[in-house]
Design a protein around this ligand. Structure first.
Ligand code: ADP
Ligand code: ZN
Length: 553
């Protein structure tokens, strides 16, 4: 067995191949493991679901002396991992309230004797003083906190028991702590670091692996279910080909149980081998649908977000959302199930005005159907509005998502395989240099309007200024005296507002986090304004898109 200082790259590679049967590290796995073993020993790892985060604690656990404690809320997953570790000859066990008392006591005795390389514990175990004392007496060389976003009250999956982890880390003072999550906005990351006592300069953040270059992304507003159905058929036809000999599988996500049943029926009529999946079905039916999709006796599943865990089919060619999910995190996780085999796959997101109204009602109720607190509702609504921004995007959708997750290293500056990039490229192919110059000019004018507004006013007031409207608001802000007043007088007001929103989605402008948010130029926006960066944007149409009205609410 290795002491941490002697674990060279060679040892890590050997363990990867011999103990885990894998050929090479994903670069960020290596970064995280290095930081854990030879770096500051405090690591926050953010990588997508299915990316391979568990290796980053399992492999060190196998090499380090002592025991690794893994806190995880997913008992079903613990069982799986313990079994597959056992198959690799790595001693592991798990402790949860589902384990009978006698068995648990036996495992705890063994833990104290150092019999395990890994011990998985459900968060509620941390509430037991006896258990924490036992940990304190054991040789814990690494604590891994899986699903670390559960610690954040800002997150979508807060678990009060997770708040105990901070105190336990203080008591155990383990030499290494790894926190893993697939979903963490900057606020949530900040909360995780604070709750775990990670200090700047003494901890490392590894955030990578969100880019999915084989995934073609498209999104658009639609009128309603009829158009959703037509779009679904077209997308399925393009991605799978004939229902009789499909080129792989597809998942259709909808927001309600009723819609899944209706869309599944429509697909059945077209001779697709299709199943519906939602929480209203009994467990047996759900397992059957899931198994049939895995063994390819079903080609399409129409599902609510209840369908997800344990989908291991690599040849999913299409994920279409006929109704939008609750957030960008949820969307990217669901669409990310397509193309796991690295071959080309498609994601299509559809949204109607009625879907937005439905979501507005949903965020007002919590999981138990009670009225959500206004704070909860506001957070949920803010997360959904980010998804609407994604729909609104007029710059590369992949870049949008990478920026959202903070995965700046993987930004592409336009991917060439999303619907927005395709539009931009088609325009380039038409090779209308004058039109390109016109687009760039309009964008730079709008950006200079935002700069001149000097954080005084909101988007609509800035649009009025650019349009040259002598409103009392314009007068009050002193906008009528600015050189940018009326700079876009020839454009329709709706066009200017859409353009400003698109610039927000592009990350060229941002909003202050104040009670009345006002836009300001970002660093990238400044570069675009000064023509140091190219303007890759599809201008909004001169007429307002569908759903615009509903989104104002
Ligand atoms: P996560 O915890 O990030 O959701 P997992 O740790 O469950 O993901 O890993 C998902 C899958 O990726 C597993 O089947 C695992 O064997 C595989 N995997 C992990 N690392 C690698 C690698 N370096 N090369 C190939 N496959 C890997
Ligand atoms: Zn793109």
């Amino acid at each position: 067995m290795l002491s941490p200082s002697s674990s060279s790259d060679l040892d890590l590679e050997r363990a990867l191949i011999e103990r885990f049967g894998l050929r090479q590290f994903r670069p960020w796995q290596k970064d995280a493991i290095d930081a854990l073993l030879s770096g500051p020993g405090r690591v926050l790892l953010i990588a997508p679901t299915g990316g391979g985060k568990s290796l980053t604690y399992q492999l060190p656990a196998a090499l380090l002396p002592g025991t690794t404690l893994v806190v995880s809320p997913l008992v079903a997953l613990m069982e799986d991992q313990v079994r597959s570790l056992a198959a690799r000859g790595i001693e592991a066990t798990y402790l949860a309230s589902t384990v009978p008392f006698e068995v648990r006591r036996h495992r705890e005795t063994m833990l104290a004797r150092g019999a395990f390389k890994l011990v998985y514990a459900a968060p509620e175990r941390l509430a037991s003083d006896a258990f924490v004392s036992l940990l304190a007496r054991s040789n814990i060389s690494l604590v891994a906190v899986d699903e670390a976003h559960c610690i954040a009250q800002w997150g979508h999956d807060f678990r009060p028991d997770y708040l105990r982890i901070g105190g336990i880390l203080e008591r155990l003072a383990p030499p290494r702590v790894l926190a893993c999550t697939a979903t963490a906005t900057p606020e949530v990351r900040q909360e995780i670091r604070a709750a775990l006592g990670f200090r700047d300069g003494e901890s490392v953040e590894v955030l990578r692996g969100f880019a999915r270059p084989n995934l073609h992304l498209a999104a658009r507003y639609i009128d309603g279910p009829k158009e959703a159905r037509a779009a679904m058929f077209t997308a399925l036809d393009e991605a799978l080909g004939s229902p009789k000999a499909p080129r792989g599988g597809a998942i259709v996500y909808a927001a309600t149980r009723k819609t899944t049943e209706q869309f599944a029926e429509a697909l059945r009529e077209k001779k697709y081998r299709v199943g519906a999946y939602h929480a209203g079905l009994d467990a047996g039916s759900r397992t059957n649908v899931s198994a049939a999709f895995s063994d390819r006796s079903l080609d399409v599943v129409v599902a609510t977000n209840a369908f997800g865990m344990g989908i291991d089919r690599p040849d999913i060619r299409l994920v279409v959302h006929v109704q939008p999910p609750s957030s960008i995190e949820a969307y990217y996780q669901e669409v990310g199930r397509a193309g796991r085999d690295e071959a080309t796959a498609h994601g299509l997101l559809l949204c109607s005005g009625a879907d937005i109204a439905l979501r507005r009602r949903l965020v007002e109720t919590d999981r138990d159907g009670m009225n959500a607190s206004s704070e909860q509702a506001a957070r949920a609504w803010a997360l959904f509005r980010e998804l609407l921004m994604y729909l609104d995007a007029r710059t590369c959708r992949h870049d949008f998502v990478l920026r959202y997750f903070g995965d700046e290293q993987e930004l592409l500056g336009g991917c060439g395989h999303c619907d927005v990039c395709a539009t931009i490229e088609a325009r380039g192919a038409a090779s209308d240099a004058a039109a390109d110059e016109e687009t760039a000019l309009v964008v730079r004018k709008a950006l200079s309007g935002v700069a001149r507004a000097g954080r005084r006013a909101g988007l609509v007031a800035i649009a009025e200024m650019l349009h040259g409207d002598r409103t009392t608001r314009s007068e009050r802000f002193g906008f009528t005296d600015l050189s940018t007043f009326g700079l876009l007088a020839e454009r329709r007001p709706e066009f200017i507002v859409s353009l400003l929103r698109a610039m927000l989605a592009a990350g060229w402008i941002d909003l202050t986090p104040t009670e009345h948010p006002v836009p300001f130029l970002t660093g990238t926006g400044r570069d675009v304004m000064h023509a140091r960066l190219p303007v890759r944007i599809a201008l909004p149409p001169e007429t307002a898109p569908v759903g615009r009205k509903a989104r104002r609410s």
